[in-house]
Write a protein that binds this ligand. Sequence first.
Ligand SMILES: Cc1ncc(COP(=O)(O)O)c(C=O)c1O
Length: 383
Amino acid sequence: MTSRRVFFLTPGLATATLRAVPKRREDLPTPALIVELDKLEANLAKMAGHLKASGLAFRPHAKTHKTPEIAVMCQKAGAVGNCAAKLSEAAALAEGGATGLLVTTAVIGRNKILEGIQLAKKRPETIFCVDQNQNASDWDAAARAAGIRVNLALDLWVGRRTGIECGQPALELARHVSRLKNVRLQGLQAYSGPSSHRRGFEARAAATKEAMAGAVETRHLLERDGIPCSWLSGGSTGTWNIDPQIKGITELQPGSFLFMDIDYRRIGAAGSEEFHDFQQSLFVICTVVSQPKPDLAITDGGYKAFAADRGYGPELRGRADVKVGFGGDEHGSLAASGAKVGDRLEFVVPHCDPTVNLYDTLYAVRGDFVEAAWRISARGRSQ
Ligand SMILES: Cc1ncc(COP(=O)(O)O)c(C=O)c1O
């Protein structure tokens, strides 16, 4: 008897591994994280084309997918490289063939900087963010000891999370970095998280322009001071069609546009309550495993299958009317859905990035067929 399972190789990549994967979508073991390739490719082509037409460089954020194959796919579509949130994420992506890495969070601590030096040796074009003098000096010392030069960018605080304040504090830090011999100042990074998810297009545009004005002004401040600054990277999926209007930004780093999720859909678009600028390509397939009551179906996908940080559950694909809840770590619940034990159901995820981080494998599907099983090799790499 021949096995239902086949072995195949993900084509063309150094990271390719031999795995047993079902050929058909209907045979994937659930809960299964899938991406529909037609939609993923369309999202990528739309963003890459838009940025090319806008004269902006494209460095998508790989924190969303954590998958080297997708990072390489982005590069083939015209991206200058890929962002990584953390050092270990960047290392996993580099291992899988990604280049032009920008590590968007500062690398703090001696051991981590030494790991960063290893990455810089392997990929000398990598850029690391700093937001204080001591960290820049630590990079300089480590680079000197290794006999290399490391690229640093100033992370600017534009409303949330990390970074140095725009204006004079950033100028002082830029002066400090410029004086160091073993690092090179790449420019500025400014990610305005609160703007990206601001509901309503007009409100989002206003918030983005206000947040990014300080970053653009800082760029001019550096240049007036004689510090070359031809690079300002920022932006997100939610602001993809707003950032190009802000003169002074040179590069965008969106991530979620590749997959999309409920959270992003809810931010609204110009003239619409919902944001459908990019297609939902990411889904989780679950199986109904129990039916305690006629109007209650229990699936095999709970908190371990969907990130629940947004405070709401997933959505049954094409059935927004069905109430979906969590039945615990391993189970989900559906009220009055008509689903029966054994049914396979597809769900839209509340928040794509942390959901992807729950899985080892992303199945790339086209129609009924599974084209590849990608290892999410940066999954869990949050160091
Ligand atoms: C530094 C940075 N840049 C860009 C992004 C991309 O944002 P999005 O997934 O909303 O496109 C993120 C997301 O958190 C981020 O942290």
